[in-house]
Design a protein around this ligand. Structure first.
Ligand code: 2NL
Length: 379
């Protein structure tokens, strides 16, 4: 442009006409130069678009992404340079050039963004999942020995035709003691043996000391024949030692019908003991005493350790006590609304923890409640 102006001034010195002519030339040239310049910018943008295609296709690393950004997308980059030059484009040409520039800019920005996302996905996928790593070992739980014994015992009684009944852990004196023929001064009612729950009702509420309370509920609510086992947690106010706990599990059983005999009691319990402890064991019934049965007995099996020879486990008797049993006391039947002249029944009860110690060889009952996986994982 300065060349045109200088040329105009020199020639202009040759008179007024020459001067006008020169200015006409200058004006034509200035107009044409705009057209030539716009045309050149369009050509430049088209070249840039092709260059962009090539650069976009090589965006395969973080470095190439950054180089591309610095070359095209920053304030001092190529695209912004074109935006600034757009100001000099004559108004009439602006829509055409502007449209082209927008297309080129969109291509650069979108192409860069999608290449970035692609690269990020690829790198996160490859860094977080290593399919060649060995899989994590599955830690498998085991059934707690108490539950395992409980399930086994219940399974045996179910095959013998017994139903399963449950009741509340918190009981009243009637269901836990008086209806079961406990005398008012029976030592089991003593503060030292039973947990009494202090309540508005006085000291009538207790934590059940046996699941016989469930049997009382069953006999009061249901007409014979009744054949059921009652598993559950029971509580006794005892010092904790290797042999006894203040909280343990019990299964009690009851069969009430016409003409139920002691022979049936023995047959059923021998069947149960064989299924639990093995077919070739020896067993015996010894006379015993419970307030709720008459006659009462205790059942022993041969010691699993010495096979009857006598050892520390069986206190050198050769026998191990496994349960208590007997014929339901007529008073208990009467208390529950069952006529003892018409019906008779047998009942039995045993502690699940004790059976678990006998069948697993664990020698301290407390181990069953410490939940040490080194102990529990062995069963
Ligand atoms: C034991 C002894 C026994 C019973 C529980 C019972 C229940 C009713 C009536 C009569 Cl409703 N008897 N249960 C009978 C004899 C023994 O348990 O050593 N348990 C751990």
């Amino acid at each position: 442009m300065w060349f045109v102006v200088v040329f105009g001034s020199v020639v202009g010195g040759c008179g007024i006409f020459g001067c006008c002519l020169v200015w006409v030339y200058v004006m034509i040239f200035v107009n044409c130069s705009h057209i030539i310049w716009v045309h050149y910018m369009i050509e430049e943008l088209e070249r840039l678009s092709l260059e962009l295609d090539a650069d976009l296709s090589s965006l395969t690393s973080e470095k190439s992404l950054e180089d591309f950004r610095l070359k095209y997308l920053v304030k001092k980059g190529i695209i912004q340079g074109f935006v600034e030059r757009l100001r000099e484009v004559p108004k009439s040409e602006k829509p055409l050039v502007g449209k082209l520039l927008n297309e080129v800019r969109a291509k650069a920005e979108n192409g860069w963004s999608s290449a970035k996302v692609l690269l990020e996905n690829q790198s996160s996928a490859s860094s977080s999942i290593d399919v060649t790593l060995p899989s994590r070992r599955m830690v498998r739980g085991t059934i707690h020995p108490i539950n395992a014994t409980l399930e086994r015992a219940m399974g045996v009684f179910k095959t013998l035709g017994f139903a399963v009944a449950e009741g509340p852990d918190i009981e009243d004196d009637a269901h836990c003691f008086s209806m079961l023929n406990f005398a008012d001064d029976h030592p089991a009612r003593d503060m030292q043996d039973t947990f009494f729950v202090t309540s508005e009702h006085g000291s009538d509420i207790v934590l059940r000391t046996h699941t016989s309370s469930v049997q009382v509920r069953l006999m009061t609510n249901q007409k014979p024949p009744i054949r059921a086992v009652m598993p559950g947690r029971v509580y006794r106010n005892e010092a904790v030692s290797a042999r006894s706990l203040a909280e343990f599990h019990q299964v009690e059983g009851l069969y009430v019908d016409k003409n139920v005999t002691f022979a049936q009691l023995k047959g059923t319990l021998v069947e149960f003991a064989r299924a639990m402890y093995g077919k070739d064991l020896k067993y015996r019934f010894r006379p015993s005493y419970f307030p709720f049965t008459e006659p009462s007995a205790e059942m022993d099996i041969t010691c699993y350790l010495c096979k009857g020879a006598g050892c520390r486990v069986c206190k050198f008797t050769g026998w191990l006590e496994i349960l208590g049993c007997g014929m339901v006391h007529p008073n208990v039947l009467r208390n529950c609304g069952i006529d003892p002249e018409e019906y008779s029944g047998y009942a039995f009860g045993f502690g699940i923890e004790r059976v678990t110690l006998l069948t697993t060889g664990i020698d301290d009952i407390r181990l069953l409640y410490e939940n040490d996986v080194r102990v529990l994982g062995q069963f």
